[in-house]
Design a protein around this ligand. Structure first.
Ligand SMILES: Cc1ncc(COP(=O)(O)O)c(C=O)c1O
Length: 375
């Protein structure tokens, strides 16, 4: 059994993926082939954004977003305490401070209340300038944008939506990747839309930001092309082969995979409701179910379940064992008065089960039985 069965997906899409790869091999256009432009157009249309700029991975996409927001020394970047390090790593890289905010107890996403408390703490303290909010749709579940957007507006903050885990999800009828001045995603193989290596994308509605991204991705190229370097940039692009793989995968995601993920999550929810804290998806929202995470009664119970699953060869993971504020790399970041109770609680109790759109009911029942046995 696989935690995320990429082999099953490949078997379902083999004919199209193989044909697309062969087309790229025949053309020998491995960088910037027509598949990249087609994919960017399809991705932008899928999420309802004007522009999509593909790049080498989701971390680069975030770093480029930080560059466009102009993050530098003396700036404060607000970020949820429960995420993957990529969300906030560029802040440190550019000499800014990562100001972590607690998460909500229901969706485990950025808490709007904690965000506003941290912004006010930064302003009261007076040494840092509030600059950017990174809203991460954690586990594939969208943030509460109706609450976060007005806070960003009130304090004049640049919003980046980190949708690395939520491609295919939606918030009140709007697809993830459509929030913030810039949204970013990842095509890491295990993501809801994954390629066969590394890949990422940046989304914006702003023509200027689109131009800037395209320049930064190619060493700060100017109007004269790639040897007319007008700014410091990076080398970050999606290979043509990865675009060729992603084209049929995007169609599958839109036409049936997102629905299949809902069915898998519903079966888990029915089995675990009343025994664990099951995931919460707000009204009018759709999760991409990048992960299916349960909260055990306590850490000992969580660890016992994990040990039992591992013994039975059932894959399992902890996303994430350590809140960001407690990582050694962030030990000197300012916490102000936040105690991160919700993030600490989540990290100490969470465990994740196999979740992918090709998980059949029989296999899923084996997982459910093994979890219940462990109790
Ligand atoms: C929330 C989040 N942001 C950013 C990234 C970075 O994506 P990549 O691995 O493509 O660099 C990840 C990947 O795991 C992620 O989970």
């Amino acid at each position: 059994m696989q935690f995320i069965d990429l082999g099953a997906q490949y078997r379902a899409l083999k004919a199209e993926i193989d044909a697309n790869i062969q087309t790229v091999l025949n053309s020998a256009q491995f960088i910037g082939g027509p598949q990249v432009a087609e994919l960017e157009e399809n991705l932008a249309a899928f999420v309802g954004r004007k522009h999509c700029i593909t790049c080498a991975n989701g971390t680069d996409a975030l770093q480029i977003a930080y560059m466009i927001a102009g993050v530098g020394p003396g700036d404060a970047v607000f970020c949820p305490d429960m995420t993957f390090i990529s969300s906030t790593e560029p802040a440190k890289m550019f000499g800014a401070a990562s100001v972590f905010c607690d998460i909500t107890r229901d969706t485990y996403n950025l808490s709007p209340e904690s965000l506003e408390r941290q912004i006010q703490a930064v302003l009261a303290e007076g040494t840092l300038t509030p600059k950017v909010v990174v809203a991460v749709d954690i586990l594939g579940n969208p943030c509460d944008y109706d609450a976060i957007l007005p806070i960003c507006e009130k304090y004049g903050l640049f919003l980046i939506e980190d949708a690395a885990q939520s491609f295919g999800a939606s918030y009140k009828g709007k697809r993830c990747c459509s929030f913030g001045q810039i949204a970013t995603t990842s095509f890491f193989p295990a993501k809801p839309l994954g390629c066969y290596g590394d890949g990422g994308a940046i989304f914006t509605d702003d023509d200027q930001v689109d131009k800037l991204c395209r320049s930064i991705c190619v060493h700060g190229k100017g109007p004269g092309g790639k040897y007319d370097n007008v700014r410091v940039g990076v080398n970050s692009r999606l290979d043509t082969l990865q675009a060729a793989v992603l084209l049929p995968k995007l169609n599958a995601l839109g036409s049936y995979e997102i629905d299949a993920r809902q069915a898998v999550a519903a079966r888990y929810n029915a089995a675990f409701s009343g025994r664990f804290i099951i995931p919460f998806v707000a009204d009018n929202c759709v999760s991409a179910w990048a992960q299916y995470a349960l909260l055990a009664e306590n850490t000992a119970q969580r660890n016992q379940i994990i040990a039992h699953l591992t013994e039975k060869s059932i894959p399992n993971m902890i996303y994430y064992p350590t809140p960001q504020h407690a990582l050694p790399v962030f030990q000197n970041e300012p916490c102000y008065t936040e105690t991160f109770d919700a993030a600490n609680y989540y990290c100490a109790h969470t465990f994740s089960l196999p979740m992918h759109p090709y998980l059949d009911a029989e296999q899923q029942q084996m997982i459910i039985d093994a979890v219940l046995e462990a109790l």
